[in-house]
Design a protein around this ligand. Structure first.
Ligand SMILES: [Zn+2]
Ligand SMILES: [Zn+2]
Length: 244
């Protein structure tokens, strides 16, 4: 039985189409016995999300709310030229960035082009996670993705909300099955996230957990079962390892 202690991919009202305040989200995390909550508002490119200036003052948020450690992140868009939708200055203010493809600001470039763009973003020293790499509207080459995750110290996400909207995340089960088998083979860590857009969804991982179990995945590779492992993972400095 997995005990997930951290939800590292969540959105508050600052994202424009999510509905909880930071405190409502933190209270929900505390009620669900999580020790860590990652706030990862959408970066520019998603309609109605926060202006980058939002990230300037994240230090105003207490490190702990309701006994839950608050991590300050962003879900940053992968753009069609392989760049991230948030500039260096703001990225450097974050505990971590999650890189993700969103069709609101990305046009499908085919399996090789999509994989190139995503890997180019994973090379950024602040990117520690990839969100929902599971959607055949923008297909990915999982062999290349998993090898890049290994090389660039990035954990791949199994997104609980994808299982609830299979029409939006096309073939997500098949894609996760491929990805997880490769993660086992190459010893690449994964995170399970709710991608909550409302306090009621914080810490809701049931479908992703069931799926991981069904795949016979090695739960020792699930990073967010251990808060210390997460801290260690995002403290890793890429400066020597990523910047070549
Ligand atoms: Zn997303
Ligand atoms: Zn998200």
């Amino acid at each position: 039985m997995m005990n997930i202690v951290a939800d590292l991919h969540t959105h508050t009202i600052a994202s424009g189409h999510a509905y909880g305040t930071i405190r409502e989200m933190a209270l929900a995390a505390s009620e669900r016995k999580l020790s860590m909550l990652g706030l990862t508002e959408h970066a520019p490119g998603i309609p109605g999300t926060a202006d980058p200036f939002y990230y300037i003052n994240l230090k105003a948020i207490p490190r702990f709310l309701y006994g839950v450690k608050i991590l300050k992140g962003s879900e940053v868009n992968v753009l069609n030229d392989g760049s991230l939708s948030l500039s260096r200055k703001y990225l450097d203010m974050l505990d971590y960035a999650i890189a993700g493809i969103h069709v609101q600001c990305y046009k499908d470039r085919g399996i090789d082009g999509n994989t190139d763009c995503l890997i180019s973003c994973m090379r950024d020293e602040r990117v520690y996670f990839v969100s929902h790499p599971d959607d055949d509207h923008t297909p990915l080459d999982y062999v290349r993705l998993v090898k890049a995750a290994k090389e660039y110290h990035v954990a791949l996400e199994v997104n609980n909300s994808s299982f609830m909207k299979p029409e939006k995340r096309l073939n997500c089960r098949e894609n996760y099955r491929k990805m997880l088998a490769l993660c086992m083979e190459h010893r690449v860590p994964v995170i399970i996230s709710s991608d909550a857009h409302d306090p009621s969804q914080v810490g809701q991982f049931g479908m992703a957990e069931d799926f991981i179990r069904e795949c016979g995945f090695d739960t020792g590779l699930v990073l967010n079962t251990d808060a210390d492992k997460i801290e260690e993972f995002i403290r890793f400095s890429h400066r020597e390892d990523k910047q070549t």
